[in-house]
Design a protein around this ligand. Structure first.
Ligand code: 5RP
Length: 227
């Protein structure tokens, strides 16, 4: 098993009978979906799952997991997802997969949020490696970009991989990838982006992770929030 599979396996072992589990998006989340499906079929584990994206919905469906639509959800027992950056206080940067609003809705609906990473994801500050993904209402992107630029940020709309179109989320938002002054703390940026009209959601997950699992030399290490 590679490091991502190892932490996914560890997280799947923590799922208890009868739980409603949120499924993240990305390569690590995919391993978790596979491990959960294995437990569902082989261990007769009773679970219901809710996915954070079209791609995770499809994967869970293909593996035979019982899916619930996000529209019917009021509460989750557990949400498991990857991250692009993790700071020492377990603030996360997420959203290379673009569907941020679903991811954050599921995190906030969940009693527990387990983050699965490999050691390449640890950074000293949010935004060290990646721009901050910001989902914006389509008609608001110019106003939001202008406002953030006035605060010193730089960036632009995210383009599709082949470069000839714009990335559009599953519910029709555009995505701005913005870089901010490195002196701004994650807490300040989180508040700034939470309070800017036209922003649907952004990639800073501040104070939301319950624990982070990372495999080092074949051993899973767990960091608890506040620990
Ligand atoms: C998607 C995410 C992913 O969790 C993040 O990009 C990590 O992906 P991977 O597990 O493939 O490294 O935030 O929006």
């Amino acid at each position: 098993m590679n490091d991502k599979e190892l932490v996914a396996h560890h997280a799947a072992q923590q799922v208890k009978d009868g739980m409603c589990v949120g499924l993240g998006t990305g390569s690590t989340a995919n391993y978790f979906i596979e491990q959960l499906a294995r437990r569902y079929h082989e261990d007769d584990l009773r679970v219901t799952v809710v996915a954070s994206s079209v791609v995770s919905t499809r994967k869970a469906g293909q593996l035979g997991l019982p899916l619930m639509a996000i529209e019917h959800l009021t509460q989750l027992d557990l949400y498991v997802d990857g991250a692009d950056e993790v700071t020492p206080d377990l603030t996360l940067l997420k959203g290379r997969g673009a569907d941020l609003v679903r991811e954050k809705l599921l995190v906030e609906a969940s009693k527990q949020f387990i983050v699965l990473v490999d050691s390449s994801k640890f950074v000293s500050r949010i935004g060290e490696r990646f721009a901050i993904p910001i989902e914006v209402m389509p008609f608001a992107w110019q106003l939001v970009k202008h406002k953030l630029e006035a605060m010193g940020a730089t960036g632009d709309l995210r383009h599709t991989a082949n470069g000839d179109g714009l990335v559009v989320t599953s519910h029709g938002s555009l995505v701005l990838d913005m870089t901010f002054d490195s002196q701004l703390t994650a807490q300040t940026l989180n508040e700034l982006l939470n309070n800017t009209a036209g922003i649907v959601e952004h990639g800073i997950f501040y104070g939301l992770a319950s624990s982070v699992l990372c495999a080092v030399n074949g051993q899973v290490q767990e960091q608890l929030a506040g620990g």
